[in-house]
Structure formats: C-alpha cells, structure tokens
Design a protein around this ligand. Structure first.
Ligand code: FMN
Length: 318
C-alpha cells in the first residue's frame, strides 16, 4: 500500500466510486467526496475540454481539504484526440487522482507526479499490470470477472495474489462489489481499496435514465451478458436493455471489432452506451435508489457489521 496519508486520512470508507460513461458527473463526485469516499468521472462525459474545465472548477469550488479527493478518468487511446488537452486541464487544476484506461504511459505518470497527483490504471491481466508497473503507476485497478463496463474474465482470487507478488503500490479491486460486506471481503483478499461502479448507477445523483436505475434494482446476476458485440471490446450489459433496444441477446455477433472508437466514431460509442445499458453482476445486491450520502452510510454499516460477524466466526476456530 503506497497511498499517502494525505489521501488516506480523508477517507471514511476504503471506497472509490468508479467513473462511468454517461452516468457520473460533478453531482455524484461532490456527494461522494463529502461522504468521505473518492468520487470520479470520465473526462469524455463532457463533450469538450472546456466543458471538462467547468466541471473540475465546479467540483473544486464545492469541496475542500476535509472532503475525500476526487479523480478523473482519461481514455489513453490513439483514437481519443482529446487525451492531451484533457490531461493538461487536469495538470492545470492539480486533479488529485488520474485514472487511466487502455494505455499506461510513463510520460503521463511523470506529469501527474510533478504536481503531487496519483495515477491509478485499469488492468484485467497480469501482463497489463506489469506494463503499468513499468510506467510507474501508483495504483492498479483490477477489473475482474463480473464487473460492469469493459470487464475482465479472471477471478479476483486468481488475479490479485499474482499481481501482489510484484506490485507494491495500491491495489483496487473491481467487479460485482455492491455492498459493505464485499468491501470488507476485498480488503481481506489483500486489496487496499474497493472500486464500485454499478452500485452508484442507482443513486439520485447519477446521470443514468430513471428506467436504467429501475432496471438495476429489478435485475440479478443472470441478467448480465458479457459480449464484445455492443462496443467492440468485451463488456457487461443488461439483457433487458438489449431486448428494449431491439436486439436478440441470444443472437449477437460472436466477435466484435476489438476496436472501440473514442474519436470520429465517438458518436457511435455514445449511442451504443446510451441505448444499451452496462452493469456488473453485483446488480443482485441493489434494491434501492438512494442519494450518495444515504448509500455511503448504508455501506459503512454493512462493512462494520460484516467485520463484527467475521470476528465472531473466527473465534470458533481458535
Ligand atoms: C455504465 C458503466 C459505464 C462505465 N464507463 C466507464 C468509463 O467510461 N471508463 C472506465 O474506466 N470505466 C468505466 N466503467 C467501469 C467502471 O469504472 C468500473 O470498473 C466497474 O463498474 C466496476 O465494476 P462494478 O460495476 O461491478 O462495480 C463503466 C461501468 C459501467 C457500469
């Protein structure tokens, strides 16, 4: 664990609310930071770097050093023409945490370190983790089987210990973590922080459509399909939303292009994610649409109760 105390001491629960395309914006980030967990959003949720600047200023104006830090997700991919301008905006505003997806680049890490920021990078395999370690990333986000968005296929029980063998930095665990017990379990497995996406779709502050939030509450793990057919990279999607968009979930093309687009075809990507909704297998634990403060309170209570239960359980074996 290499998280500086200046970061750690501002958290009331070891949780990052993950960045979600078309779902997270400044409202969710501000509420998360005020509740003591890290709030994040993808830079591409704003249609321009100017818009990104406005959101960062809004977040900075509404939070202070007593609140948890916030983070911004940058898609580091050759088809994303905004990555450099968005990075410069983050550097200018000294954004505390940058979350990179797809590419792990040493120059970017150096720029963020130059003002004291941290870089966490999404990985789904040991090879990706090795590359990100070489690039000097402070944290690795292990996006395991069952995660929402572009999920991996490995079990956390397999991936985390393999990566811990060579990586001494911060490890975040992602994939189907939707309640306080899962946060405690992630720590038990050796993660420093839990990374929750899907659970935060069903919050009052999220930008998700009301029907999307209701579908999250109504769904369970069996309703999640993992397929490259929607966006070109394998991702987890809600079966009922595929049906509602007019597709047959049982007859989707077997292979995607393996080439998600963040440039000229961004409109296509935006449309795909607007019409078909992504979620992880942890939907089965989500029964309510709360505001973020209520949700964090609930997660804290479940987290503490699960640890107390566990203490009681292990006392049987001493
Ligand atoms: C609707 C949705 C959109 C997402 N968009 C992004 C994104 O833009 N960038 C990113 O790095 N991850 C994205 N993710 C992945 C999340 O950041 C996170 O890794 C994942 O949600 C964790 O798994 P969980 O949903 O099971 O908690 C998205 C996930 C969902 C559900």
């Amino acid at each position: 664990m290499s998280l500086p105390n200046s970061f750690l001491n501002r958290l009331s629960l070891p949780v990052v609310a993950a960045p979600m395309f078309l779902v997270s914006g400044p409202e969710i980030v501000i509420s998360c930071c005020k509740a003591g967990i890290v709030g994040t959003f993808p830079a591409l949720n704003q249609r321009s770097t100017e818009g990104l600047n406005e959101w960062i200023e809004q977040i900075k104006d509404s939070t202070d050093d007593n609140d948890a830090p916030f983070g911004i997700n940058l898609i580091v991919h050759k088809t994303n023409p905004r990555v450099e301008a968005d990075l410069q905006s983050c550097v200018h505003h000294k954004v505390p945490l940058i979350i990179t997806s797809l590419g792990a680049v040493a120059d970017l890490v150096d720029e963020v370190h130059s003002y004291g920021g941290l870089v966490f990078h999404d990985v789904t395999t040991v090879r990706h983790a090795q590359k990100a370690t070489e690039a000097g990333c402070d944290g690795l986000i292990l996006v395991c089987a069952g995660a929402g968005g572009h999920a991996g296929i490995l079990s956390p029980f397999a991936l985390l210990p393999e990566i811990r063998k060579f990586f001494e930095g911060t490890i975040l665990l992602a994939g189907s973590l939707s309640d306080g017990r899962s946060i405690a379990a992630a720590q038990m497995l050796g993660a420093d922080l839990a990374y929750l996406g899907t659970r935060f779709i069903a919050t009052k502050e999220s930008h998700a459509a009301e029907k999307f939030k209701q579908m999250i509450v109504a769904s369970s793990a069996k309703d999640i399909i993992h397929t490259p057919a929607i966006s070109g990279i394998p991702g987890s999607f809600l079966r009922p939303s595929i049906v509602a968009a007019g597709f047959n979930p049982d007859q989707l093309p077997e292979k995607g292009t393996d080439q998600a687009e963040f440039g000229d075809n961004m409109q296509e990507e935006r449309k795909a994610w607007r019409d078909v909704w992504s979620a992880g297998q942890g939907v089965g634990q989500i029964d309510d649409i709360l505001n973020v403060a209520e949700l964090v309170k609930k997660l804290k209570s479940e987290y503490r109760q699960s640890i107390a239960d566990f203490d009681l359980t292990i006392s049987n074996y001493s």
